[in-house]
Write a protein that binds this ligand. Structure first.
Ligand SMILES: [Zn+2]
Ligand SMILES: [Zn+2]
Length: 242
């Protein structure tokens, strides 16, 4: 995996993070990466069977395509939400380190995990026009100094060979979602996003980018406003899924 993303990030990858320590256990890593071989074993990929719509893994033996009960009862505005990893272990630690603790050097590993979604059959089946990061409210972005979704979208854009459009704006600063259930989250997010220029997205196939898919409320609300503005389709990619 490490070799694979080092190759598409090119030489700059190695020089940016060398010399390095494992971000989890602090052991020196010989290849200049941020995850040692031992800790990499704790990375949990999402394997089939999983929900076609939201990628939720299913602990059973199903070979045909299926939609989970959670998605079945909702009228979702995105075609599918794709993540290749479970939000646990080093994946969760890296996302937190990057987002909240200024460990910006972890962005390359995170982008590599995110970029794996581009190879999913649900992505390769139909081309798309642009990557659209889930926006932060400008006050929060000033506090954090960057929008993690936009940083990640820009890192995978060369591989996706598509532009990044900041098509959405967060117009309302919403209280933190962590203690809310799904319906409270949806309520909390109503009217939080706006499409900057509806003409830009009209008739376009878009890929919404975020770091982690938790209940899906944020990406659902973003997809809803994009579709309402005339987007032809919205697919969602995230590094991980809770
Ligand atoms: Zn380690
Ligand atoms: Zn589902």
């Amino acid at each position: 995996m490490i070799a694979r993303f080092a190759s598409w990030l090119g030489g700059s990858f190695v020089s940016l993070c060398f010399p390095a320590h494992c971000a989890v256990c602090r052991d020196a890593t010989p290849d200049g990466c941020h995850l040692c071989e031992t800790c990499e074993q704790d990375v949990e990929p999402i394997q089939a069977p999983r929900c076609e719509k939201c990628s939720s893994p299913f602990p059973g033996a199903i070979t045909e395509q299926f939609t989970c009960a959670n998605c079945g009862e909702r009228d979702l505005h995105f075609d599918c939400a794709i993540a290749c990893y479970v939000s646990s272990g080093p994946v969760r630690d890296f996302v937190h380190g990057f987002k909240y603790f200024g460990q910006t050097h972890l962005r390359h590993t995170l982008a590599a995990w995110l970029a794996e979604t581009l190879d999913d059959p649900r992505m390769t089946a139909q081309p798309f026009d642009a990557l659209v990061p889930v926006p932060l409210h400008h006050v929060r972005q000033r506090e954090r100094e960057f929008n993690q979704a936009e940083v990640l979208a820009r890192l995978i854009a060369p591989r996706a060979q598509r532009p990044v459009w900041n098509a959405l704006k967060r117009i309302r600063k919403t209280p933190t979602q962590t203690r809310l259930d799904r319906s409270e989250r949806m309520e909390n997010l109503r009217g939080a996003f706006k499409v900057r220029r509806p003409a830009q997205v009209k008739g376009k196939h878009l890929v919404l980018v975020d770091d982690v898919f938790t209940t899906g409320s944020t990406v659902e609300e973003c997809s809803r406003v994009l579709r309402k503005a005339g987007a032809a389709s919205v697919r969602v990619i995230t590094i991980a899924r809770a």
